[in-house]
Design a protein around this ligand. Structure first.
Ligand code: SIN
Length: 540
């Protein structure tokens, strides 16, 4: 079995992983360098698909302030966000944006070269920056990949492994993380990679559901690694379902129709041509969980698999300039947004929970860190405020680098009994006692049961049904199966993540934010989510 040694391993090449790699490389002297490990290509990740944008609470945006952003975040999160975390991230957003600009990110600007801000659900003012209209994730990712690959001062410290899956954390006898075992899906080889610090930046879990806006890579890999290593996990019952994914017949993929389309004036319409969100105080820009549940009831009432988005309310010149990709994708599917309503339905979009971390990414396991969607800093509470997540990636990445600058980052490949046992497992020739297994079928069963039973609306019976299906899949797959293909590793990860979502959802016997239990509908909880704008008081 091959082995190697680095100062820091970063697993995942989304915006959190790339930004942290760059910042580490330019800030700290790393005796053994950085390894960026990705199971796909460097430029493929969940964040690449983020359309709407990134929150920037900037001094030049006069109507905005930190206290307003904090209040919006806490209100959307139904009071479950950590006030200090929200405040810290909000206060640091101006520096995060400046940093991204210095790394080559070109946010959209007006004719006077001022940054342009858009609006999304539950934001009380325009504060969201975007790139290329509706290609913010792609724009940021592209600038960061360019820096990692082509800026010699940065790239000299960074090695890149593509098509390599981190399949196990190297946890030593004292419970500290010493690196990972990686599986290269091209050579089918395992490699032991030692590191002084291991950072999980693997993104989201959307692929656990039948319908998701997330790309195929979003299989909860880092979260599953942490679950297997018994790290503390938090808030997994809170899965955000985006209200408006393009819903086409006989097509399970769900292309995102950004919330900022509603921010620029589009409205949701039902079968009877009614703008059904008009009855809510925040209309079409109510928090995502609220809009999603309203669409869910409209769909249940009409028996139709979607509602519509009326984007004809936006002048065509504005639509094509602000949303060029959405315009093209709709047209490619026979929908002319200047005349036709867009069929939309909710789809799994973001996991508010994850590996429990502090603001600098520390987990409950020594030398293991997590940042971005895989982590749970408690910024989002029960429901994420749109476009807060990319900001969180940057601020927590910065803080983590600061923390690591005080650590000894000399890689060590000392092997104790616990690590030896892991190495033996991956070096042994006697691991092939498992039957052939139809991984695709199992994933499809898992996605169906999660969508039907642990989705937008759940109750105890449906969650127990999901749990029983997950357990059956585990039994046929083999809980201790020695996986030997990328698909098997992903199925194992999805099963761990699905189990965590269902178990957390069973434990929370109330409805709050994105966790809606039809057997525990508590209007008083919905009421307690109210917070007065402009204050910076956490809701209790
Ligand atoms: C969107 O553009 O609607 C998604 C943005 C986000 O999830 O933050």
């Amino acid at each position: 079995m091959k082995h190697s040694k680095y100062s820091v391993i970063i697993v995942g090449s989304g915006i959190a992983g790339l930004y942290t790699a760059i910042k580490l490389s330019e800030t700290i002297n790393l005796p053994d360098g950085i390894l960026l490990l990705t199971k796909s290509q460097l430029s493929e990740s969940n964040s690449r698909y983020a359309q709407g944008g990134i929150v920037g609470v900037l001094p030049e945006n006069k109507p905005d302030s930190v206290s307003l952003h904090v209040a919006d975040t806490i209100k959307a999160g139904c009071g479950l966000s950590d006030f200090n975390v929200v405040k810290f991230i909000s206060e640091n957003s101006q520096y995060a944006i400046k940093d991204l600009i210095s790394y080559g990110v070109e946010f959209d600007r007006d004719s006077k070269n001022g940054l342009t801000f858009t609006l999304e659900g539950a934001h009380s003012v325009r504060r969201i920056l975007h790139v290329g209209g509706d290609a913010t994730g792609y724009g940021i990712e592209k600038a960061l990949v360019d820096k990692v690959r082509n800026d010699d001062a940065i790239s000299q410290n960074i090695s890149i492994y593509e098509q390599s899956h981190a399949v196990e954390l190297l946890i030593d006898s004292k419970g500290a993380c010493r690196g990972v075992v990686a599986f290269n899906e091209v050579t089918n080889e395992f490699e032991t990679i030692y590191a002084a610090a291991t950072i999980l930046a693997t993104g989201g879990t959307g692929q656990v559901y039948k319908y998701t806006t997330n790309p195929s890579v979003a299989t909860g890999d880092g979260l599953a690694l942490a679950i297997r290593a018994k790290a503390d996990i938090k808030d997994m019952e809170f899965i955000q379902f985006h209200p408006t994914a393009l819903s086409l017949e006989n097509d399970e993929s769900r292309f995102l129709i950004s919330e900022s389309v509603r921010g620029e004036g589009a409205k949701l319409v039902n079968d009877s041509d009614e703008y059904f969100m008009d009855s809510h105080p925040q209309k079409d820009l109510a928090p995502r969980d609220v809009v999603t549940r309203e669409i869910y009831s409209q769909m249940a009432a009409s028996g139709c698999g979607h509602v519509y988005l009326d984007a004809t309310l936006i002048p065509i010149e504005k639509f094509t300039e602000r949303f060029p990709n959405i315009y093209k994708t709709c047209l490619k599917n026979g929908i002319d947004v200047t005349k036709d309503y867009i069929p939309v339905s909710p789809a799994a979009h973001y996991c508010m929970g994850g590996i429990k971390t502090s603001i600098d990414g520390k987990t409950s396991i020594k030398s293991l860190y997590a940042i971005g969607e895989v982590a749970c800093t408690s910024l989002h509470g029960a429901n994420r405020l749109a476009s807060n997540s990319l900001l969180e990636c940057v601020v927590t990445g910065f803080e983590l680098v600061n923390t690591l600058s005080f650590s000894n980052l000399e890689g060590s490949d000392v092997i104790d009994d616990a690590i030896l046992a892991i190495l033996k497992k991956y070096s042994s020739d006697e691991q092939d006692g498992y039957d052939e297994f139809d991984v695709k079928l199992a994933i499809s069963k898992l996605k169906n049961t999660m969508w039907d039973n642990a989705g937008i609306v759940r109750d105890e019976n449906s969650l127990l049904l999901a749990l029983s299906d997950i357990n059956k899949l585990w039994d046929s797959f083999g809980r201790d199966r020695f996986c030997t293909t990328a698909e098997e590793f992903e199925l194992r990860n999805l099963l761990h993540v699905a189990g965590a979502i269902v178990n957390f959802a069973l434990k929370r016997k109330e409805s709050i934010g994105a966790h809606y239990r039809s057997d525990y509908v508590q209007p008083e909880i919905a009421k307690s989510c109210e917070v007065v704008h402009g204050t910076s008081v956490p809701v209790k």
